[in-house]
Design a protein around this ligand. Structure first.
Ligand SMILES: [Cu+2]
Length: 134
């Protein structure tokens, strides 16, 4: 084997080795999962948001009935100017909501994730409204 043949053989061996390595690395890359949006974030982003302007009129929350499809992200924007006395605190017990409305903190947001008819009212049970999730 002369020098040129030896170099040729080495070059071929090097080529085969590199080609093999690149195939192995490509295989590994395919097996590595590409980054996916977190499962806990994705469904939330897909939720429909429904915004309701809530006020207090004649001792009742207005609208007195709020209806949303199940799975809706319900955003209640309270008109703080109309909220006074005990009505200032809005309770939706079935969704763990107890929110004291102020002019700078007047938004209640939660996912209506169960169907049914749920009461909302002040801490004393006044101002009765109904949230219907269907
Ligand atoms: Cu009250």
């Amino acid at each position: 084997m002369n020098k040129i043949e030896a170099i040729t053989v080495l070059a071929i061996l090097a080529f085969i080795t590199l080609a093999g390595l690149s195939i192995i690395m490509k295989g590994a890359a395919v097996e590595t999962p590409s980054p996916q949006p977190s499962a806990s974030i994705q469904p939330t982003a897909l939720l429909q948001t429904q915004t309701v302007q809530l006020s207090v009129k004649n001792g009742y929350y207005e609208p007195r009935t709020i209806t949303v499809p199940k799975g809706t992200r319900l955003r209640i924007e309270a008109d703080a100017n109309t909220f006074g006395g005990c009505m200032t605190t809005l309770l939706i017990p079935d969704f763990g909501i107890s929110k004291t409305i102020t002019s700078t903190d007047n938004v209640v947001e939660f996912v209506a994730d169960k169907t049914g008819s749920f009461a909302f009212h002040c801490p004393m049970g006044m101002g009765q409204g109904t949230l219907i999730v269907n």
